[in-house]
Ligand binder design. Sequence first.
Ligand code: NAP
Length: 309
Amino acid sequence: MSGIQFDRIALIGIGLIGSSIAHDLKRLGLAKEVVVSTRSAETLKRAEELQLGDRYTPSSAEAVKDADLVIVSVPVGASESVAKDIAAHLKPGAIVTDVGSTKASVIAQMQPHMPSNVHFIPGHPLAGTEKSGPDAGFPGLFKGRWCIFTPVPGTDQAAIKRLRDFWETLGSRVDEMDPEHHDKVLAIVSHLPHLIAYNIVGTADDLETVTESEVIKYSASGFRDFTRLAASDPTMWRDVCLHNRDAILEMLARFSEDLASLQRAIRWGEGDKIFDLFTRTRAIRRSIVEAGQDVDAPDFGRHALDTKE
Ligand code: NAP
């Protein structure tokens, strides 16, 4: 038990991320009361069966009443409608945050609706899996992971500190950056890898003559590592693409150029060039392990460390 940090916390959206937060709130005893809200009766019922909160309501407006901390965990494209729904019901002095994978768009959607007497602090925990829904969450998801805040200028420093303490209690390390920078960085470390995975798995699926047998049978040769990313939630990733369009298009253009250069090296038998690239990339893998962001196990530590992003 870590101790109460907020009297009432409202969780708006209770999928993988919302439910993982809920597990930690309970495990660490961080709130006197946790109110869970989600739009569908089915998910709400499941959240109740899993005992993810103390109270459950389909109305986000109802959920945020008297909440000291509101955490919005819905696909980024739904941010504006949630902000509109909750705005008039927020408690003065409340902290409102989100977990969305893109930040400039979430700020553009939510900030204009936020009353001046609440502290809106956009956030993004870099932790997740390819699963979704309330059953997918688990305690400790955020342990050892980064959480990035992209506060708008003039945000109350004491509120930022409170939210930072909260995420640190969940085991995260917190960084702050401006939203455009966040979106660029995430375009390369998260969004592009997912798009490559979606694309390669789609290409294999289009090769109908082999997909039903050989591709699956021999997948351990490399293909299966892409399928994990390509199994990620389609709604979430559609929204990420549409809401970080410019940075993603820029990274895709650079990727295509580099791929063309590799293609040319293969065509012209430029072994040294190919070898140099593969040596450089191997060192990056080593740095990631050294930074504690993955473990050096034959299964990439997926059993011990079932996280990505
Ligand atoms: P999820 O498991 O699919 O859960 C989504 C939640 O949002 C559910 O409660 C769902 O409600 C609700 N929702 C879906 N569409 C909505 C809409 N149009 N309006 C209002 N509510 C809606 O998603 P998640 O993986 O937790 O992702 C939530 C957020 O976290 C996203 O913004 C994502 O970018 C971000 N994120 C995800 C990961 C990851 O790896 N998954 C990592 C970091 C951040 P119903 O089920 O009731 O429809």
